[in-house]
Design a protein. Structure first.
Lengths: 161, 392
């Protein structure tokens, strides 16, 4: 993968000037490359990683991982039914996976009740959905390469040769 | 008897800036750009390999030369990266960092009165360790050549008692490094006078503007080179204390003799972790290098902007600006900057009495800290030289 993408994937807020310095390229070339990545849909968006456990907010969302077994359909396989499922706004991620189930969903709701209701009233009744298993997230340790904890203190001595 | 202390150690000068170091350690909330080690922790796979080796009960001595697995790993690593082929049986020794490597090398080769050429400024240990080994350090002042060793300066410093050249690059404290062409010119002089070239290349992986050239890869140099390197800077493993020496087998054998009686072997945990670093560490080296490069731009541009003339270092993570414009001596400058603005940097005099107008600034600190430190230094410079005139 291009170095520019590696850098932005880690930290989307690194200024383009800095990326130019880090990679030894000209600023114009970096700007052009990023613009092209955005145009081609290689860079889809820039988001902020928030450790929600530390946010004092009563509306904090709960998340659930849901395993879904579905019946493939003629000609379109899993695609059509997957689309019906991932189009629900409650579904934040949707993956087709190998193994004992077919789809892995990440569902967000304002509480357990809302998430459960989504499964019972929207997901399970769909034709072709053969079964679901819901896992509520209890604690996040690491997400998208970021360890969710307080900053570690510096362990180096303050001055050395 | 006046003292139990040996004459050699007794006359060894304690570091003149120890009091300054103590001052720094006693203060809170200091932004320290005085640190000679990476601000990254060792990558997790490497730490995990160390932990796992303990769980497995690897708590014994190893071969004096170091674990065969590690020497073999190094053999492959050096072959792949530099085309250097050192026999894991006879030409590689695992040492307690490059520091031990330098000590062993000098003790292995020095007879009383033998001279070692050391380009100055240099890392702090070279002079004292040479004297401990019974040799005479001959420093070449490189200030007028922009801190670079030139072939003619080397030629001039030689006499019939000169046995070795101790060459560190990229250089701590100046950040200077040499292109292949420059090294080749230095090599020609060294070979002509049959010098042993002891090279400390511990910052080699942190070279930014061109590829690092190990001295031993120069045509005809390998047989006359003792190549010292380590894991401290490239893999952020300073506290593991592990490095290696590669060279002609008679020199490695002589060094191993001393090593086996004084150290026995490097900690097995560190050796196990180092094996892993060779396997999986490449990605983290590249990432670190990228980050250092960005910081280098920030600090060099920043220093020049606020009025401290600074050349762009080619390697390591140090900037070595001139503070001549302030009219202050480096120790006073650093003390005042620390006490009034809580930024710690190292006075040039730590690396040689003559470096009164230089300071070493380490950019192995976070980008945010570097920005803040530059802002504080800018305010400091304004207070000491109002209107750009020389302050008191």
């Amino acid at each position: 993968m291009d170095e520019i993408l590696e850098i932005l994937e880690k930290n989307a807020r690194v200024p383009l000037e800095d990326i130019a310095k880090m990679t030894g390229r000209k600023i114009g070339a970096v700007k052009k490359a990023v613009a092209k990545y955005e145009k081609d849909g290689i860079i889809i968006g820039y988001k902020t990683v928030i450790n929600k456990e530390l946010v004092k907010d009563d509306n904090a969302a709960v998340r659930a991982l849901i395993e879904v077994n579905i019946a493939p359909q003629k000609d379109v396989g899993f695609d059509k039914l997957s689309e019906r499922i991932y189009s629900f706004p409650e579904v934040s991620s949707c993956y087709l996976v190998s193994g004992t189930f077919d789809l892995l969903l990440i569902v967000e709701g304002k509480d357990m009740h809302t998430a459960a209701k989504f499964v019972a009233e929207k997901l399970s009744p769909l034709e072709g959905v053969k079964g679901t298993v819901t896992h509520f997230l209890l604690r996040k340790y690491k997400e998208n390469g970021v360890v969710l904890k307080y900053k570690e203190e510096n362990k180096r001595i303050a001055i050395s040769y | 008897m006046d003292t139990y202390i040996s004459k050699c150690v007794d006359k060894m000068k304690p570091s003149g800036i120890r009091a300054f170091f103590e001052l720094v350690l006693g203060m809170d909330d200091v932004i320290s750009l005085g640190v000679g080690e990476p601000d990254f922790v060792t990558s997790w796979p490497v730490r995990e390999a160390g932990i796992y080796s303990l769980e497995q009960g690897f708590t014994s001595y190893t071969s004096n030369k170091g674990l065969y697995k590690l020497r073999l790993g190094l053999n492959r690593f050096l072959k792949k990266n530099y085309g250097l082929d050192y026999s894991p049986d006879e030409e590689i020794l695992i040492t307690v960092g490059v520091s031990e490597g330098v000590d062993l090398a000098l003790r292995a080769i020095m007879n009383p009165g033998d001279k070692v050429i050391i380009p100055a400024p240099s890392y702090v240990s070279y002079g004292p360790v040479t004297e401990l080994a019974g040799g005479i350090p001959v420093f070449i002042d490189t200030r007028k050549d922009n801190f670079r060793l030139t072939p003619s300066a080397l030629e001039k410093a030689l006499d019939k008692n000169t046995k070795a050249l101790l060459l560190n690059y990229p250089v701590n404290p100046t950040g200077v490094s040499y292109s292949r062409k420059e090294l080749d010119a230095i090599k020609k002089v060294a070979l002509k006078h049959k010098l042993l070239c002891i090279t400390d290349e511990v910052y080699g992986a942190l070279t930014y503007d061109f590829d690092h050239t190990p001295f031993a890869t120069l045509p005809g140099a390998k047989e006359k080179t003792l190549y010292l390197d380590g894991f401290s800077k490239s893999y952020a493993m300073t506290g593991w204390r592990i490095g290696f020496a590669c060279g002609p087998k008679e020199i490695i054998a002589a060094m191993t003799k001393i090593h086996q009686y004084t150290i026995m072997c490097v900690s097995i945990t560190s050796q196990m972790a180092a094996c892993e670093a060779l396997q999986t560490g490449h990605a983290s080296v590249e990432e670190m290098k990228r980050e250092y490069r960005r910081r280098r731009e920030l600090i060099v541009d920043g220093l020049n902007r606020i009025g401290l003339e600074c050349r762009k270092p080619q390697g390591a993570f140090y900037a070595f600006p001139s503070i001549r414009s302030t009219g202050m001596c480096s120790l006073d400058f650093c003390k005042k900057l620390l006490q009034e603005h809580k930024v710690a940097i190292v006075p040039g005099t730590a690396f040689g009495d003559e470096l009164l107008d230089r300071v070493r600034i380490s950019y192995a600190s976070s980008y945010e800290d570097l920005k803040e430190a530059l802002a504080r230094m800018e305010i400091f410079l304004k207070t000491i030289s109002p209107g750009g005139k020389r302050g008191k």
